[in-house]
Design a binder for this molecule. Structure first.
Ligand code: ZN
Length: 308
């Protein structure tokens, strides 16, 4: 793989109830919980990672479930819609399945795209994608002919898109593909999955407010730390403040805010979610980073119990 941005790594959002969040993403959407850890900046809160069997970058949806967190407000400066990839012909299965789970979904006119919200109101769509060769995680109720394969892409909402588009095309290797109404679609040419970013421009929409049902940030994928640091220099030379390299246990990260207000992260493939657990038992035990291990008893007593 090239020393470039290779699509999305993960998307992180806020939830209000750990059990409901776990139940929806694993039981309804059929994703695998690949890591159960804590928010490294707030260890009294879980950090869940849902994805494919090993949590391959480009499949990972992560949540901070803060108990009783109020709903946020979707708006400018946020990733506002998650696009998941499903096999061609799978839309009807998902209309029924989401309906049985008590969720309303709608099909975008003329397109095989199903739009819905998770129990916290987080907007996602299931997009029928041809030739997505990724191996989906399957369950007793969701087989390979309908299972979610990972991300197709993400939509960002901004008041004025010019600077955001310049970051995507000038710094992150995305290519403008088409414009439809106020939405400009960008494609990452270095990979053929999880490679779509839509920039929705709306000068009227107020800035969003973080809370339950809102995406906190979107992470773009690089293969290793050398590539990560190459991008750090590029972002910095474009005049955008960017963090130092941060060790997230399962990847290394940098964060910067693009000029439209969306928090971007760059994250590495290494070391991955099998760094501290066997592939067979991923997600079963509560994993803590070394700095919190001495406080394990207290942390476990504070975290809500989770029925898996
Ligand atoms: Zn992240």
């Amino acid at each position: 793989m090239e020393n470039k941005i290779i699509g999305l790594h993960h998307i992180t959002a806020v939830a209000s109830d750990a059990q409901k969040n776990y139940d929806f993403y694993t039981k309804v959407l059929g994703q695998r919980l690949v890591k159960k850890t804590v928010n490294f900046d707030d260890p009294g809160t879980y950090h869940f990672y849902f994805g494919s069997e090993v949590g391959t970058p480009g499949t990972i949806m992560t949540f901070f479930p803060w108990a009783n967190m109020k709903r946020g407000v979707s708006g400018a400066g946020q990733p506002t819609e998650i696009y998941y990839s499903i096999p061609v012909g799978a839309t009807d299965f998902w209309i029924n399945r989401l309906g049985n789970a008590g969720l309303v979904s709608s099909v975008v006119e003329g397109k095989n795209v199903l739009v819905a919200e998770d129990p916290d109101g987080l907007k996602f769509s299931l997009v029928e994608v041809e030739n997505d060769a990724r191996k989906a995680w399957t369950t007793d109720e969701i087989n390979e002919s309908v299972a979610i394969k990972g991300f197709y892409g993400i939509a960002l909402t901004v008041q004025n898109g010019a600077a955001t588009k310049a970051v995507l095309s000038g710094l992150l290797n995305y290519k403008e593909q088409k414009v439809e109404g106020n939405t400009t679609r960008f494609i990452n040419p270095n990979i053929d999955t999880a490679n779509v970013v839509d920039v929705i421009e709306n000068p009227e929409i107020p800035y969003g407010k973080l809370g339950a049902g809102i995406n906190h940030h979107v992470a773009f994928r690089v293969k290793d730390e050398e590539t990560l640091m190459k991008y750090r220099a590029l972002v910095e030379s474009a005049g955008l403040p960017i963090t130092e390299k941060i060790d997230r246990n399962y990847f290394y990260s940098l964060y910067f805010r693009e000029p439209g207000g969306v928090l971007f992260e760059l994250a590495t493939d290494n070391p991955g979610f099998t760094a501290d657990e066997d592939i067979k038992t991923l997600g079963e035990a509560l994993k803590l980073p070394p700095q919190y291990e001495p406080q394990r008893d207290r942390i476990e007593s504070v975290l809500p119990k989770l029925k898996q």
